[in-house]
Design a protein around this ligand. Structure first.
Ligand SMILES: NC(=O)c1ccc[n+]([C@@H]2O[C@H](COP(=O)([O-])OP(=O)(O)OC[C@H]3O[C@@H](n4cnc5c(N)ncnc54)[C@H](O)[C@@H]3O)[C@@H](O)[C@H]2O)c1
Length: 319
């Protein structure tokens, strides 16, 4: 099937494109940025700004994909530095993609929501349907994206589906999320043997290893529509404290020095998020199940980070 991906140059996009191609799909990537060097040159690539409604509609009319993965967004930490741009990209951009799907009869849109839709004061393990009171522009625009997509499904019959991702971890430079401290423990741990995390040691948020996240995006999209009782699903893997992640990193990088110096702005965002997610609906409706826990992720990730840094020493620096 032909699949179109927005924001495909980011942390999730490249891995998703490679996994979709392995399943035999004809995948077109798009982004503000050029095709990342880690993607093969035969991946069709389009320069697209999702805030440009005419350009979004024009490209979807030309390509007529059967499925769109809408990834383009400004993430939580960066979003607090540039809230106006974040509104334009996340809110107007999502509206533009929904409208283009409606105008050109694109049947299915997959949305990547986040634990940042939740605000403070929720139970220890948060189910799908709770009051959504986010404190960041990123969270506000993602709540709006969820609701807009549900409206387009009800009103125009668009097959709109999405997951609320925990913080995702992979051997690539993340795009300015507030969960990035977890990855930096691994990357700086390998690179320089030390990392000072921008959170308290007792900070606990839900996390997930990228291969599980990619599989979730493909399995949810492929699930029979009749099995789905809702559009947006919580998905969970593991919820370690920052000090538990540091201890896990130390099992694979002996002697690594991980310290904690909490940054007030990013700590406030972390403290507003759930400590764990209840993902029973995803398990029941489309068989969601993670394969990696923290120890398995550490065992898989550290050799990948080592290999990447041996090839490209600067690949994971610059945060
Ligand atoms: N990485 C995570 O931990 C995580 C967690 C929850 C949800 N998500 C969601 O998954 C999606 C992808 O996240 P990611 O980690 O790959 O983010 P990322 O920041 O690495 O990538 C986002 C991409 O969007 C692009 N972009 C920004 N403005 C754009 C515009 N105006 N038009 C087109 N493209 C634009 C950027 O160039 C970037 O390549 C996002 O919607 C994000 O909210 C990610």
């Amino acid at each position: 099937m032909r699949i179109f991906v927005t924001g495909a140059g980011g942390q999730i996009g490249s891995d998703l494109i490679m996994a979709l191609r392995e399943r035999g799909h004809d995948v077109h990537g798009s982004d503000l940025a050029p095709r990342p060097s880690r993607l093969p040159e035969d991946v069709p690539w389009h320069r697209l700004d999702v805030t440009d409604a005419v350009a979004v509609a024009g490209l979807l009319e030309q390509l007529r994909p059967q499925r769109v993965y809408h990834l383009a967004a400004i993430l939580s930490a960066r979003g607090e530095q540039i809230p106006q741009t974040t509104y334009a990209v996340n809110q107007t951009g999502t509206y533009n993609v929904l409208e283009a799907c409606r105008l050109h009869g694109i049947p299915q849109l997959i949305f990547t929501s986040t634990i940042a839709v939740f605000g403070p004061g929720l139970p220890e393990s948060v189910p799908d349907d709770v009051p959504l009171r986010p404190t960041t522009m990123y969270g506000v625009t993602k709540v709006a994206g969820e609701l807009l997509g549900e409206y387009y499904q009800r009103r125009f019959g668009l097959d709109f589906r999405g997951v609320r991702f925990p913080g995702l971890i992979s051997a690539s430079l993340p795009g300015g999320g507030t969960s990035d401290y977890a990855l930096f423990m691994y990357t700086d741990g390998v690179r320089v043997g030390a990392y000072e995390a921008f959170c308290r040691a007792d900070t606990r948020i839900p996390l997930m290893y990228m291969p599980d996240g990619i599989r979730a995006l493909m399995d949810l999209a492929d699930a029979p529509k009749a099995d789905l009782r809702r559009c947006i699903y919580n998905i969970a893997a593991f919820s370690p404290t920052a000090s538990e992640i540091a201890a896990s990193v130390a099992t694979a990088i002996p002697g690594v020095r991980i310290t904690f110096a909490s940054d007030p702005a990013r700590q406030a965002i972390l403290d507003s998020w759930p400590r764990a997610l209840d993902d029973r609906n995803a398990q029941q409706d489309w068989g969601w199940k993670p394969t990696f826990d923290l120890a398995a992720m550490t065992a898989d990730l550290v050799p990948r980070v080592r290999e990447l840094l041996a090839r490209t020493p600067d690949a994971l620096s610059g945060h």
